[in-house]
Design a protein around this ligand. Structure first.
Ligand code: S3P
Ligand code: PEP
Length: 421
């Protein structure tokens, strides 16, 4: 699917979809719990579908209805030779790996797109050191054996998803465990979300300055009913679209959420956008944006949208501590640099950072942009081209369904010009 974007100003109200990060966590909590859980959810995505179908293969019953999902705990008697297809979802793979190892399941884990290239080696090493018999270093992985408790030592700056997966798995083991971090943690907000979910399911984790202490033999207690939070990572595209010349109110968002990506509002204010908070909503409209310097260590998923704000701000923006962006669904620093350059923007990349000179003259005539098969690149380039008034074709825009299948329906509803062909 290709999408043609035209000059347009996005204005109006939007109820954001549920956070996929929260949905993954609640589904896993529900799968490990003592009783069924009803999860209220707005919207759906390919990544949530990946976690849902892996949990079904592991023996959960998952029923989708109008307002969410009902999940029954996973069933121990499920056959052992199972295939868990994580599709393109890093969260699904890295959360389920330690869980499958803690349950002692014999399972093949596979994935598609960029997933087989994304790092998992340090997590696999630690699982092997604690009893997992997995031999491979890349997908497909043949999982066998059962891990035991003890000290798990990991860097905190490759992927927080390793830590989340272990935090879910280690309370299931008989023995106590520790997760010892050898570096400062990055993407910290995602681990906070995990701790929040674990508290909801009455799992106790003790936080230390070196990592986490986890008691073994714990039971996940279902909260019976829970609502997934609104998605700050998806809302970021609307917040930026508001700040670069539109006027958008995003509703259904918690101001005091643990999601690190709520930072998008402060960052847009720093760029010079006008922000008004209401109860569970935020209105953002354009100001005279000026370039800023941004540390991306805790907010990797905001970077593509922030590159768009930078391109429409006067002066220079530098986004640093962003090396991890190269190992997401695409090399996001390269994808944004090349996409924005085609839109006339001066951009340079270093291994760990990107520098963007805003206020450029944009090309006349049609420009063809590669989606790099990455949802966050598609959404970023769409709001960029619309605001810059460039006619742009985004190729293979269906990648958007990884996190936000209804993005273009909302984009046109807000006045954006987007034609699918
Ligand atoms: O735990 C999560 O829900 C996520 C963690 C982050 O990954 P890293 O910790 O690998 O940066 C983020 O990029 C991803 O989209 C979702
Ligand atoms: C990187 C992302 O997700 P995941 O790591 O779960 O594939 C994302 O949604 O931008």
């Amino acid at each position: 699917m290709n999408i043609k974007i035209g000059k347009s100003i996005l204005k109006g109200n939007i109820k954001v979809i549920s956070s996929k990060s929260d949905a993954h966590r609640l589904l896993i909590g529900g799968a490990l719990a003592d009783k069924p859980t009803k999860i209220f959810l707005e919207g759906w995505s390919n990544d949530i579908e990946a976690t849902k179908s892996c949990l079904e293969t592991l023996g959960c019953e998952v029923i989708r209805d109008n307002d969410g999902i009902q999940i029954t705990p996973l069933w121990d008697g499920q056959a052992d030779d199972i295939v868990l297809d994580c599709v393109e979802s890093g969260s699904t793979l890295r959360f389920l790996l330690p869980i499958v190892a803690a349950l002692g399941k014999h399972a093949i884990l596979e994935g598609q797109g960029r997933l087989p290239e994304r790092p998992i080696d340090v997590l696999l090493e630690e699982l092997r050191a604690h009893g997992s018999l997995v031999k491979e270093n890349n997908l497909p992985l043949v999982m066998a054996g059962q891990i035991s408790g003890g000290v798990y030592t990991l860097p905190g700056n490759i992927s927080s998803q390793f830590i989340t997966g272990l935090l879910f798995a280690l309370p299931l083991l008989e023995e106590d465990s520790e997760i010892r971090l050898t570096t400062k943690m990055e993407s910290r907000g995602y681990v906070d979300m995990t701790l929040d979910t674990l508290r909801l399911f009455q799992i106790e984790i003790e936080e230390k300055d070196w990592g986490f202490k986890i008691k073994g033999g714990q039971t996940y207690r279902s909260p019976l009913e829970v609502s997934a939070e609104g998605d700050w990572s998806g809302a970021a595209f609307w917040v930026v679209a508001g700040g670069i010349g539109g006027e958008i109110t995003c509703t259904g968002l918690r101001k005091n959420s643990c999601q690190g990506d709520k930072e998008i509002v402060d960052l847009m204010e720093q760029f010079g956008a006008k922000v008004t908070w209401g109860e569970n909503e935020v209105m953002v409209c354009g100001g005279n944006l000026k370039g800023i310097t941004i540390d991306a260590a805790q907010i990797p998923d905001l970077v593509p949208a922030l590159c768009v704000a930078a391109a429409l701000a006067e002066g220079t923006t530098i986004i640093y501590n962003a090396g991890r962006l190269r190992m997401k669904e695409s090399d996001r620093l390269k994808a944004m640099a090349e996409g924005l350059q085609k839109l006339g923007v001066r951009v340079s990349q270093q291994p760990e950072s990107i520098k963007i000179e805003g206020g450029s003259v944009h090309p006349e005539g049609e420009v063809v942009l590669d989606s790099y098969d990455d949802h966050r690149i598609v959404m970023s380039l769409a709001i960029a081209a619309a605001a810059m008034g460039v006619e742009a074709v985004i190729e293979r825009a269906e990648a958007v369904s990884k996190s936000y299948p209804t993005f273009f329906a909302e984009f046109t509803r807000l006045g954006g010009a987007a034609d699918v062909f």
